[in-house]
Design a protein around this ligand. Structure first.
Ligand code: RIB
Ligand code: CA
Length: 322
C-alpha cells in the first residue's frame, strides 16, 4: 500500500533553553507531522549566548544537525534584561545532565533574517512556537507586517491568570511586556499555554522513574533534565510534580484534544507597577456584557489538560527518539 504522505506542518521554535524549552524541542522532533524549519533563540532564562549554546547542544544530543539555530535578541525591546533562570535552570541554563559539545555552529544570519527567509520561501504558512520572551516574534511583526499573511498561528507558553515571577505576571511576558502586547494585538491566531494549564501539566517523581526506565538515551537524558528542573517546583513552588511549561505549547499543537480551552480576549499590561507583564484574560466577556462592546477574541486560552494522557504522549514521544 502507498504510505500516505503525512502533510508536515512547518514550524519555527523561538526559545530560551531552559530545561522545559529543551523538552519542547525534543517533543517537536518526535512529532511526525511537524517539520522544524528553524530554532531561534532569545535571552531569557539565561544570556543569549548560553541559551543558544544550549539549543545547539540539545539538537546535537538528538543528532539533528540539519536544523538551523539562529541568534535573536540579547535583550527585550525596551526593558532591561532580567535573567529568569538562575534558580530554576542553573548557571549554564541547562544544568543537570551531561551535554554533548556543540555539534554545529549558529547560523550566520540573525533570527529575524531567518524568519524572513523562511516565510518568503515557504509555499505553506508557517506556525510559530514562542516559548521564551516574545522579543524576536514581536520584531518580525513590527518590521515585516507584510509577512503576517505567511503565518498560520502563534503558539505561546506565557502569561496566565496567575503569576510566577510576580504575583501578577509569568516570566516570559514579564521579561518583555511590550513584545507580548504586539503579539497579542497582531490579529494573528494566538494559542496561549499559560500557567493555568502548564501548572497542571506536571510529571510526578514516580512517572519520571518510568520515563528513565524507558531506557533509550533521550528518555534517560530527559529524566535527568527533570531531576534537576523539578527541584525548584518541589522545594520552592511546592508542586506535586515537575511542571512542563514549554512542552504544553507543542502538545497543544500535536494533541489539541488533550486540552480544554476558551476563545477570549487577552491583552498585556505594560504601564503597571505591580502588574507589569500581566496578561489580562477576559473569559467572561465583561466589555460586551456590561457595555455592549465587541472586543476581539484574539486568543485560544488553554484552561485545562488531561494530565495523565499528556504524560503518556510525552513518554511515547521521548521513547521514539533514540
Ligand atoms: O514561566 C515559565 C517560562 O519561563 C518557561 O518558558 C521557562 O522556560 C521560562 O522561560
Ligand atoms: Ca522557555
Amino acid at each position: 500500500i502507498m504510505m500516505q504522505e503525512i502533510k508536515k506542518r512547518g514550524i519555527i521554535i523561538d526559545c530560551d533553553p531552559g530545561h522545559d524549552d529543551a523538552m519542547a524541542i525534543l517533543w517537536a522532533l518526535a512529532s511526525p507531522n511537524l517539520e522544524i524549519k528553524a530554532v531561534t533563540t532569545v535571552a531569557g532564562n539565561q544570556t543569549l549566548e548560553k541559551v543558544s549554546n544550549n539549543a545547539i547542544r540539545v539538537l546535537t544530543k538528538a543528532k539533528r544537525y540539519d536544523i538551523p539555530v539562529a541568534l535573536g535578541a540579547k535583550e527585550p525591546l525596551i526593558r532591561k534584561l532580567v535573567i529568569g533562570g538562575e534558580l530554576v535552570h542553573g548557571d549554564s541554563g541547562l544544568e543537570g545532565p551531561v551535554l554533548p559539545q556543540n555539534g554545529f555552529s549558529v547560523s550566520d544570519v540573525s533570527a529575524l533574517k531567518l524568519f524572513e527567509k523562511i516565510l518568503e520561501e515557504s509555499e505553506e504558512k508557517i506556525t510559530f512556537v514562542g516559548i521564551g520572551p516574545l522579543t524576536n516574534i514581536a520584531q518580525l511583526l513590527i518590521t515585516r507586517p507584510d509577512l503576517k499573511n505567511k503565518i498560520e498561528e502563534i503558539y505561546i507558553m506565557g502569561g496566565g491568570t496567575i503569576g510566577n515571577w510576580t504575583p501578577a505576571a509569568e516570566y516570559n511576558i514579564f521579561a518583555d511586556p511590550e513584545a507580548a502586547k504586539v503579539v497579542f494585538n497582531s490579529k494573528l491566531p494566538i494559542i496561549m499555554a499559560g500557567l493555568d494549564v502548564t501548572q497542571k501539566a506536571y510529571i510526578t517523581r514516580e512517572e519520571n522513574e518510568i520515563l528513565r526506565g524507558q531506557g533509550n538515551e533521550i528518555s534517560v537524558f530527559v529524566a535527568e533534565l527533570i531531576d534537576y528542573f523539578s527541584r525548584y517546583h518541589y522545594e520552592v513552588e511546592g508542586f506535586p510534580g515537575c511542571t512542563l511549561h514549554d512542552p504544553c505549547a507543542i502538545a497543544a499543537l500535536v494533541h489539541p484534544e488533550l486540552f480544554e480551552s476558551v476563545q477570549c480576549n487577552v491583552d498585556v499590561e505594560v504601564t503597571g507597577e505591580l502588574t507589569r507583564g500581566m496578561t489580562v484574560v477576559d473569559t467572561i466577556d465583561y466589555q460586551k456584557k456590561l457595555f455592549g462592546l465587541e472586543v476581539a477574541h484574539n486568543t485560544k486560552f488553554l484552561k485545562n489538560v488531561h494530565r495523565e494522557e499528556f504524560v503518556k504522549e510525552f513518554f511515547k514521544a521521548m521513547k521514539s527518539l533514540d
